[in-house]
Design a protein around this ligand. Structure first.
Ligand code: TUI
Length: 307
């Protein structure tokens, strides 16, 4: 299936893997790219040197392009932005903010830039700033989110910009893929399903929580701090929401979540850790390789889109 996104990125299938903090490391990114999608290394809050190592390791595993996602709340974002150019990374996606100040640096170096946006206004701003495409991410997504749903955001962003749009948030199978295409997307980005992939190094406890999740098992914390985050409900989200209700300060809430994603992803502490995942977790029931995930989605979507 060819779209402006497959041509822009030189990939076989219009499927991008989300740049998930702690989860999107080089094994996963290389496996998604090898399978014909675009794998991403999630720079998250990592120091630049770690990101550099990750990029180099990914290149040992695949000759296909692997991108990097920059989380703009990262205090090291500027350093990571520069190493994208130094390490000859071909495509960068951004999240949790406005990448405007890095645009010139990346465009001058020929890096393809695909900001993740959660509103029409931000999509238009990114197009004006020279973005090659945008990911329109609905509130169904895991992690840091906006307010609009994928169903309403995607067609509005597709109408508002001329650059290609990637749909994200709530997509994990061929039906979701086909729906995104019908709404104006030229590719999808998926996170939660790739977090459960065979090649994903997340702790098995984390994967099992996703497989066991039902439709309404995620919760949004952090609305009071201006940084809403979707995760699977557990002791951590309950404590956080209780503190928020009691009017806890930003510092208290930050202290509670310090290192909590790592706790869940790396240590497998799914009680006290933060299990960031999207609402579509309820649809994901078993571990598959990245190649199986992608092939199955494309097969199902092609049938549906031919109807
Ligand atoms: O970035 C994400 N998802 C993330 S980032 C992350 S790390 C984190 N952990 C705790 C608190 C905050 C971050 C975990 N998951 N998705 C892409 C995304 N970007 N969703 C929403 C946005 C976004 C929000 C505001 C993009 C731009 C934006 O602009 C605000 C402004 O005007 O600067």
């Amino acid at each position: 299936m060819e779209t402006r996104i497959t041509k822009l990125l030189g990939i076989e299938y219009p499927i991008i893997q989300g740049g998930m903090a702690w989860v999107a490391e080089y094994h996963l990114a290389a496996a998604v790219s090898e399978a014909g999608g675009l794998g991403l290394i999630g720079a998250a809050s990592a120091p630049a040197d770690i990101v550099r190592q990750q990029i180099r390791e990914a290149k040992k595993l695949t000759d296909k392009p692997v991108g990097v996602n920059i989380m703009l709340l990262n205090p090291n974002a500027e350093e990571v932005a520069r190493l994208i150019v130094e390490e000859d990374v071909k495509v960068v996606t951004t999240g949790a903010g406005n990448p405007g100040k890095f645009m010139e640096l990346w465009k001058n170096a020929g890096v393809k830039v695909i900001p993740v946006v959660a509103s029409v206004a931000m999509a238009k701003m990114m197009e004006r700033a020279g973005a090659d495409a945008v990911v329109a991410e609905g509130t169904e997504a895991g992690g840091h989110i906006g307010e609009a749903t994928t169903m309403s955001l995607l067609p509005q962003v597709a109408d508002a910009v001329n650059i290609p749009v990637v749909g994200a948030g709530g997509i994990a199978d061929g039906r979701g893929f086909a729906a995104a295409i019908m709404l104006g997307a030229e590719a999808v980005q998926m996170g939660t399903v790739f977090a459960t992939a065979k090649e994903s190094i997340v702790h098995d406890n984390f994967k099992q929580k996703i497989f066991a999740a039902k439709d309404i098992d995620s919760e949004v914390t952090g609305r009071s701090t201006g940084h809403p985050v979707r995760s699977l409900r557990n002791k951590m989200t309950r404590e956080y929401l209780k503190l928020e209700e009691e009017g806890a300060s930003f510092e208290e809430l930050e202290y509670l979540t310090l290192g909590s994603l790592r706790k869940a992803v790396v240590d497998g502490d799914v009680v006290n850790g933060t299990i960031m995942a999207g609402q579509i977790a309820g649809l994901i029931k078993e571990e598959k390789s990245c190649s199986e995930i992608i092939r199955k989605i494309m097969l199902q979507a092609e049938k549906l889109l031919k109807l």
